[in-house]
Write a protein that binds this ligand. Structure first.
Ligand code: IPM
Ligand code: MG
Length: 368
């Protein structure tokens, strides 16, 4: 069998520096676990714009369609704020999601015990938290037509359209139910069926998929605003949350912060299975490009490292090695190793991005 292939798109801001640590970890698995991955690299976001005048070159898009998985760092930065909307760095990311049809975005919010005190919520509310947000990623208001800024009379009007087909709702619901069966067997679906027709349809379709295909999974429905409130009040009531693109964007940031730092959270975006049976897949940290600390060797590489762990699990059938990497990260945190985003404890000196990479590699060595 040929080696699995991985396309790395480090992107902008802290993307390249956190990805540098992931490269070392990929090499470790090659050397120490004989897990060879064919890695290629290309540009995305502002980095691609600087070279090609577009945030995603067609050749890069084609490569992304060929490989077993894409690992993306981050896109965007103030330098690109002045660009036309159509070539903004974020468009590169959205094109990848859309053209690879990565409809199920898995965003785990897991609170490492060692970090429970970093949450803005009380320790007992977050300690041991392990929830998974499944966000629909290729439709809804992010892509719906009509969209644009038009002129009506003597003023301008901004328009976006929330639009979901039954099949788009059903397929992401299935992803959520499948995941739930491998976890706590509970799904909570969130929408605004009280004010939006698309929410009414969402609720109906999720219920139908449940009744016909997953009656063994516990299903509940919640309005998304109430869901946001419950996430802050008692997040441990949830196992899997399934929701649309925009609500998922908001709720996953909220859930992320429960865990103490955005710098910790990975994500997987999965599509339909390819000819080789593996799902189309892109992995990325939830944090953005953090331009304020870019290039300073300060950023926390853990979210990107854990994104690679998700690639091991969901694309490369290496669940045991994913466990090994996640355990190494947990060990490093238990040992009190902290990047600057995780400070607050008395007398702790922060390590650099590279220092955190060193610590994870040492923990991996110790795991052998
Ligand atoms: C995310 C980000 C993106 C989104 C941006 C960068 C386009 O916020 O992945 O959550 O809104 O989806
Ligand atoms: Mg977001």
């Amino acid at each position: 069998m040929s080696n699995p292939s991985l396309l790395i798109l480090a992107g902008d801001g802290i993307g390249p520096e956190v990805m540098g640590q992931v490269r070392r970890i990929i090499d470790w698995f090659g050397d120490k676990r004989d897990l060879k991955i064919d890695v290629s690299e290309d540009l995305v976001g502002g980095a691609a714009y600087d070279v090609h005048g577009t945030p995603l070159h067609d050749d890069t898009m084609a490569k992304a369609q060929e490989v077993d998985a894409v690992l993306l760092g981050a896109v965007g930065g103030p330098k690109y704020d002045v660009l036309d909307f159509s070539v903004k760095p974020e468009r590169g990311l959205l094109r990848l999601r859309k053209e690879m049809d990565l409809y199920a975005n898995l965003r785990p919010a897991q609170c490492f015990d060692a970090l429970a005190d970093f949450s803005s919520l009380k320790r007992d509310v977050v300690a041991g938290l392990d929830i998974m947000i499944v966000r629909e990623l290729t439709s809804g208001i992010y892509f719906g037509e009509p969209r644009g800024i038009i002129t009506e009379g003597n003023e301008r009007v901004g328009i976006n359209t929330q639009r979901y087909t039954e099949s788009e709702i059903a397929r992401v619901a299935r992803s959520a139910f499948e995941l739930a069966r491998r976890r706590g067997n509970k799904v909570c679906s969130m929408e605004k069926a009280n004010v939006m027709e698309s929410g009414i349809l969402w609720r109906e379709v999720v219920q139908k998929v449940h009744d016909e295909e997953y009656p063994d999974v516990e299903l509940s429905h919640m309005y998304a605003d109430a869901g946001a409130m419950q996430l802050c009040r008692w997040p441990k009531q949830f196992d899997v949350i399934v929701t649309d693109n925009l609500f998922g964007d908001l709720l996953s940031d909220a859930a992320a912060m429960l865990t103490g730092s955005l710098g910790m959270l990975p994500s997987a975006s999965l599509g339909a299975p390819m000819a080789n049976g593996r799902p189309k897949a892109m992995y990325e940290p939830v944090h953005g490009s953090a331009p304020d600390i870019a290039g300073q060797n300060k950023a926390n590489p853990i979210a990107c490292i854990l994104s690679f762990a998700m690639a091991l699990r969901y694309s490369f059938d290496q669940g045991a090695e994913a466990d090994r990497l996640e355990a190494a990260v947990a060990k490093v945190l238990e040992d009190g190793v902290r990047t600057a985003d995780l400070l607050g404890e008395e007398g702790v000196e922060p390590v650099t991005t590279v220092g955190m990479g060193d610590a994870v590699l040492a923990a991996l060595d110790a795991s052998l």
